[in-house]
Design a protein around this ligand. Sequence first.
Ligand code: GAL
Length: 373
Amino acid sequence: MKKILLSLTLVAVIFTACNHSSKTKEMVKKDVFGTHNGKEVYLLTLTNKAGNVIRLTNFGARITWIEVPDKTGKKDNVAFGYDTFESTINGDPYFGAVIGRYANRIAKGKFTLDGVGYNTPLNDGPNTLHGGPAGWHSVVWNTEVLKDSKYPAVKFTYVSPDKEEGFPGTVNVAVVYTWTDNNEIVMDYTCSTDKKTVVNLTNHAYFNLHGAGNGDILDHELVIKAASFVPVDSTLIPSGEIRPVAGTPFDFTTPHTVGERIAENYDQLVYGKGYDHTFVLDNKEEVDATVYEPVSGRLMEVITDQPGVQFYCGNFLDGSMIGHGGKPYIYRSGLCLETGHYPDSPNHPDFPTTVLNPGETFKSTTIYRFSVK
Ligand code: GAL
């Protein structure tokens, strides 16, 4: 059902795209942001009909700016990022990036496919995090402005070589960002491989609906349509248990602020140093998660066809990252809703599979939609 709803959205986007060519050119502005490893890095400014702006860069296929109005019409950027390429490359590795080849953790950097063992770099204690230190967040993607789209749209592509960060197979990956007039960032991912491999893709944007750099997110009201979540050990690797959220501080099936139960003495909040867990999405309704910030009235909705979402509330932020406008990103000043598969799925045959075979195409869509209420 979920796949059908998202396919219909995609068909609608493509249909309108075909009906309205010409318009897009001025809606996507492409500026040089810097160079990295001999490749040009761009800053792409996408403006929709409502006059709202997002900015992307092909360094890590990132979202670096999302400027949307509050309930009085005042616009502010709600996404973490940096004003210059130099600060982007020296800053937090993940802000707004596409994470691959395997988003989230792989226990001890080891997994097996058809009896062959693979090792990936350990960059998070004993585990591999986010595809390894030189994962897809850190490479320069090719950039194509989709001129025939009604909405401003940019396609980033990358060819990940066989054995990159230890993963088997040459993988062709594409992500199309479309910024609709309804203030939706539609992210369409496609992946194929020439050898059996594992793939788990996400976007790692950090959001603060007060405006990025304006205090913490503990007052943001969250709903996650998930009846269960994936408990982890102290290194944030799943035990294999899928635990019902009912009666726990992980029950966001009705609205709760992020801060309301975060200090409870609950094993998973202790291991995660707060929320840093994958929720098993019910995938029954159009919208999978919502974040509402009552002062500005901003509402963000998350829609995905993926089986899970990692809710991370910035427990590792400490104010040392200075972002847009010189603002420090303090402890718990941003939250992430990283759609995707469960952590360490390659070592959990009972979790939804992340295996990608030659001849198959991985396709997935996630939407971040902004409005006010
Ligand atoms: C999240 C992860 C956190 C932390 C963060 C990056 O996806 O769950 O534990 O590693 O990325 O700082």
